[in-house]
Design a protein around this ligand. Structure first.
Ligand code: NDP
Length: 458
């Protein structure tokens, strides 16, 4: 039987990095079967021992931060600084959830005639499907809580970016996790991903990716009554009020959208600026964009690297070059090999322009003015998505009001922070269903069982 393979290409140099064997449907079934068998022992590992193993897994990742980061730079073109943070995030998520097995509390509920106790039972084999934009953190947000709750995991990295996930699976074994508890299976979405969704012995899927694939996957999962967590696309608003610290808002706005070359579901790719300060804000934004250092991701001072693939660059460029759209200003991008695209600021003619409504997933940001608070909220919410966003104002009451009104799962005030492992993460509307991270993530990885104990009093 011929083995299907994938050539990993360095997005910054277009050089061949390595070739990876892609799993077949049969191999996926075998991996699920191994995970199903391993579940029978993993679920019974004493809570303290499961916690200890997860801490050892976190330590193993900690010892490999530089190696994982270098691997991600070559596979994904992430800047070395970002890639170190991403590997560190896997360590931190594991370490955070290593405390969970001993705190998987049920309840004791007063009832007539006895006592009712609830238990949080693990689900079984959890299938985790990861996109290419943040291969390490997004994997960890799924497998950290899944393993802590006593589930076993079969994880499919994106076909384009399998290398760090494969290495993390080796580190799990080295740390002492039993065989079959955590498997990483490189393969195509249409093969391995699809099989995880249709396999009867995978009761839960954590999917992160496009809204389009997420919808299809949910429909398929419904046929099997399978639980899903969906982390999907975004088109987040960065709302700048006239009373904000404009310098700070303008200086940080480029990072809020150009980080990871804009391939970020939380990218603030729409900037809404109050009309009275619009001109001043744009004057300050221009030098901030020009100063973004775009270049080789291995270079410690680089702030933005290439896009993941030639195809992605074509797709990003189609929002600007393919449309009659006014470009306000642009940053730089190196010539030569590599799928670089310059940070670009555009001025849409209307709120119906594609660049204002669709997720670009590249370093392109659209700016429009607004008159007042009501219009800012209306414009921010006039989107199919609702993942993230920022509100810049010095008025605390307004910050509260607007953040309650904006329909998004993760907001920040006078900041562009999006994800912390200790707080819930997920979207409203077409940005998804369910929450990852934070103290409640194990609720999505367990079933609640209640058991009534009759005491013979009635
Ligand atoms: P895709 O939806 O194309 O792919 C995501 C994952 O799903 C990949 O592993 C892919 O495999 C797999 N897949 C594709 N088709 C199927 C299928 N039929 N059944 C099962 N699995 C399948 O998204 P992208 O990779 O293009 O990722 C970018 C998207 O992810 C953006 O929309 C972005 O906003 C979103 N995202 C959301 C985040 C969030 O937390 N809300 C965070 C990060 C990204 P393969 O690649 O091998 O085809």
């Amino acid at each position: 039987m011929s083995v299907s393979t994938f050539k990993v290409i360095d997005p910054a140099t277009e050089e061949h990095v390595t070739t990876v064997d892609l799993a077949s449907i049969e191999q996926t079934d075998e991996a699920i079967e191994r995970a199903r068998t391993a579940f029978q022992t993993w679920r019974r590992v004493d809570p303290a021992d499961r916690g200890r193993l997860l801490r050892r897994f976190a330590d193993a990742v900690d010892g490999a931060i530089e190696e994982l980061a270098q691997l991600e730079v070559r596979n994904s073109g992430h800047t070395i600084g970002n890639a170190r943070w991403e590997a560190g995030n896997v360590r931190d998520v594991l370490s955070y959830y290593s405390a969970a097995p001993e705190r998987l509390f049920g309840r004791q509920i007063p009832v007539a005639g006895g006592v009712d106790i609830t238990f949080k039972e693990p689900l079984g084999v959890v299938g985790i499907i990861v996109p290419w934009n943040f291969p390490m953190p997004i994997a960890g947000w799924g497998f950290g809580p899944a393993l802590a709750a006593g589930n076993t995991v079969v994880l499919k990295p994106a076909e384009l970016t399998p290398l760090t996930g494969m290495r993390i699976a080796e580190l799990a074994l080295q740390a002492g996790l039993p065989e079959g508890v955590f498997t990483v299976l490189p393969g195509k979405g249409s093969v391995v991903g699809q099989r995880l969704v249709t396999h009867p012995d995978v009761p839960k899927i954590c999917f992160t990716g496009s809204t389009e694939v997420g919808k299809r996957l949910m429909a398929e999962a419904a046929r099997h009554l399978k639980r899903v967590t969906l982390e999907l696309g975004g088109k987040s608003a960065n709302i700048v009020f006239a009373d904000a610290d404009l310098e700070q808002a303008a200086a940080t706005a480029p990072h809020a959208v150009f980080d990871n070359a804009g391939q970020d579901c939380c990218a603030r790719s729409r900037i809404l600026v109050q009309r009275s300060v619009y001109e001043r804000f744009m004057e300050m934004l221009e030098p901030a964009v020009a100063s973004v250092k775009v270049g080789a991701p291995v270079d410690e001072s680089t702030e933005m690297g290439p896009l993941i693939s030639a195809r992605q660059r074509e797709s990003v460029s189609s929002f600007v070059e393919g449309e009659r759209i006014e470009v306000a200003f642009r940053g730089s991008a190196p010539d030569g090999p590599g799928w670089f695209y310059p940070p670009t600021v555009v001025l849409p003619a209307t709120t119906h322009d594609r660049v204002w409504t669709e997720e670009v997933f590249g370093p392109v940001v659209a700016v429009l003015p607004f008159e007042d608070e009501a219009e800012a909220i209306e414009m921010a919410n006039d989107s199919a998505y609702g993942l993230s966003g920022s509100i810049w104002t010095s008025d605390l009451g307004r910050a509260m009001r607007v953040s309650r009104e904006v329909q998004a799962g993760n907001l920040s005030v006078n900041s562009h922070s999006s994800v912390r492992y200790s707080t819930p993460f997920g979207g409203f509307k077409a940005s998804g269903i369910g929450r990852e991270l934070g103290p409640d993530a194990l609720d999505n990885m367990t079933e609640v069982k209640n058991v009534f104990f009759a005491t013979g009093e009635h």
